[in-house]
Design a protein around this ligand. Structure first.
Ligand SMILES: NC(=O)c1ccc[n+]([C@@H]2O[C@H](COP(=O)([O-])OP(=O)(O)OC[C@H]3O[C@@H](n4cnc5c(N)ncnc54)[C@H](O)[C@@H]3O)[C@@H](O)[C@H]2O)c1
Length: 313
């Protein structure tokens, strides 16, 4: 198989590696699974085949992607377990080891959405989103970690979101999960670097049923939704496959963005500006000196669409 049309035929960068991609039947996950297989990976395609809100399930969803990989001459196995429970995550790892004998890369891509303006956000909406994006990524990463440690190699890629890193109205649950995911990734990178294991985040922007949720918003939200029409899910996959490969041996702890033909590296929290007052601060001196001094470094309360303000290239 040719890895992809734009790449000359070189040694497939994931030859001999085993990659798990969760949410592998979704828009972005399917493209990651297919491209990883074209680059030589044996792929465990995991997906519950659920609705956007996480309800329901279609056991055939993951199997169809696995079949598409096999039809191209690749190797794939399907799993319909949920990442949202420790037992489901353990079964995904066990299934990977049963079928392929090892595990090298985990792509935490499964996702759901339960958008609601904050004062109407139900506890269930909060828990359901945190459970898949954050807890599910922990459960699966934690279940895979001992195997990567033992073999002294491996890579995690976690799909975060500019909607989480910058913000979007009506997505406090999703924002909390996606921002926390970058901390989980950083923690894994710090703890497992000594074992040759890397961990990075990718914030994709690509047309899918998740971005179709913008259609239910105001005019600005709908315009933002329409901008995704020019962002194919397939454009995200090369960055993820690269991060899983040995070519990215020195890339860890990073948060990258894939937006059509653009790739970007995101900032991570660092002190921006400091004020000092001999003897410490009072409420009054904070109001008169402290905050006016810090204010030029305040971060504006913007949404993702305001920061990613240019049309996709
Ligand atoms: N599309 C974008 O522009 C965009 C932007 C930012 C972040 N993301 C993130 O990228 C990832 C992929 O999103 P997408 O746009 O392809 O959406 P999608 O809805 O097409 O795919 C998500 C897949 O995850 C699966 N899934 C949900 N819960 C699961 C669970 N508990 N266990 C296993 N699988 C489960 C769903 O069945 C679905 O197939 C998500 O994590 C999403 O938050 C996407």
């Amino acid at each position: 198989m040719q890895p992809d049309a734009a790449t000359p035929a070189t040694m497939p960068c994931l030859q001999g590696r085993v990659l798990v991609v969760t949410g592998g039947a979704g828009a972005i996950g399917r493209e990651i699974a297919l491209l990883a297989a074209r680059h030589g990976a044996q792929v465990l395609v995991n997906d519950i085949g659920g609705a956007v809100d996480g309800s329901g399930g279609d056991r055939q969803a993951a199997e169809q992607v696995a079949q598409a990989i096999r039809a191209e001459g690749g190797q794939a196995q399907a799993s319909s377990d949920s990442v949202a429970t420790p037992a489901g995550a353990a079964r995904i790892v066990a299934s990977t080891l049963d079928h392929f004998g090892r595990i090298d890369c985990v792509v935490n891509n499964a996702g759901n959405a339960r958008n609601a303006i904050f004062h109407k956000m139900a506890v269930d909406d909060w828990e359901a989103v945190l459970q898949v994006h954050l807890h599910g990524s922990f459960y699966l990463s934690r279940a895979a970690a001992p195997y990567l440690r033992a073999q002294q190699s491996g890579a995690f890629v976690h799909m975060t979101s500019t909607g989480g890193l910058v913000g979007n109205v009506g997505q406090a649950n999703y924002m909390a999960a996606k921002m926390a995911l970058t901390a989980l990734s950083k923690g894994i990178a710090l703890d497992m670097g000594r074992f040759g294991v890397r961990s990075n985040c990718v914030a994709p922007l690509a047309k899918s049923r998740l971005t179709a949720l913008f259609d239910a918003g105001d005019a600005a939200a709908r315009a933002r939704g329409a901008s995704f029409d020019r962002l194919p899910a397939a454009a995200v996959a090369p960055l993820v496959v690269y991060l899983c490969s040995g070519a990215a041996a020195d890339v860890t702890g990073q948060v990258l963005v894939a937006r059509g033909s653009e790739i970007l590296v995101m900032s991570q929290p660092r002190p921006l500006r400091a004020m000092h007052r001999d003897g410490g601060w009072t409420v009054d001196s904070l109001a008169r000196h402290g905050m006016p001094g810090l204010r030029p470094a305040f971060v504006p309360l913007e949404q993702s669409g305001e920061v990613f303000s240019w049309e996709p290239l």
